[in-house]
Design a protein around this ligand. Sequence first.
Ligand SMILES: C[C@@H](O)[C@H](N)C(=O)O
Ligand SMILES: C[C@@H](O)[C@H](N)C(=O)O
Lengths: 165, 165
Amino acid sequence: ESVVVTGVTSETDIAKVAIKSVPDKPGVAAIIFQALATARVNIKFIIQSIGESGHKDITVLVPSDQLSEALDAMESIVDHVEAAGVLGESDIGRVSIVGAGMAMTPGVAATMFEALASHGINIDLINTSEIRIDCIIGRNRVADAVAVLHGAFGLNRLERKESSP
Amino acid sequence: ESVVVTGVTSETDIAKVAIKSVPDKPGVAAIIFQALATARVNIKFIIQSIGESGHKDITVLVPSDQLSEALDAMESIVDHVEAAGVLGESDIGRVSIVGAGMAMTPGVAATMFEALASHGINIDLINTSEIRIDCIIGRNRVADAVAVLHGAFGLNRLERKESSP
Ligand SMILES: C[C@@H](O)[C@H](N)C(=O)O
Ligand SMILES: C[C@@H](O)[C@H](N)C(=O)O
């Protein structure tokens, strides 16, 4: 696994906005994201999971300085899409592991999640691509998460080698 | 937007597995993904959104031929993590738009979602990176989705030019 994962990245300049329990039918996501586009909100991540009883939640990650615009945009259409409500949270950050072959290597996600759990770091959101796993966690846990993930994937040893004389 | 989005990709050889309503506390994701690793399940995507009342759902996309292994692995730990249950679905596919500058361009997601809605295509799951938006939809809607997205982002015109004498 330490061969597969080649780096750890992070950011803290992000905020979370979510719209709760919208009808799971065509056109709903379009209305929500048209409102965000009208408000010129830059969208870093969109996460929509399985939901319940014909309804879905949609979570969006935006730059921290656009949290209020994003909340306003979501609230402007909350009745139109018959949502249960909107929520926002600024005290979050992202930590990710990056690597070329991860989707074909069972155990990489387990190692990442075990490492975070070993330091009592709760995973709020998870998003992935074939070459990256993103975890949203508390902003004050990001530095610790970066350190524990470097250790879990053997990346510390490389850094020491590069700095040796 | 048509300058920002440079391609449409898709796949149909995927299946969805989800574990419902697990406690949102450190260590839970680790247990679930250790079970998947033990079963040698290849993980294409992981999606965990906001959840409700201290609980989360976790959705995993796997190769179609690993759906039963993934379901078995999830079921093996469903009591350990106090989940409400596990579900699987094979009749799904993925359609994605790809482009370099999407996270900094408001409106790209709206255009994608409006295009799918215009053909009555329901969006089941959404996952993103800075350069790609993935939508999970019904497997029998993938070809239609690819066509309507090419049209929405002006990609058809490029293809005709490349084939002209
Ligand atoms: C919930 C939302 O994504 C809905 N399924 C849509 O297609 O717009
Ligand atoms: C739900 C699950 O992701 C949990 N929050 C964990 O950190 O393991």
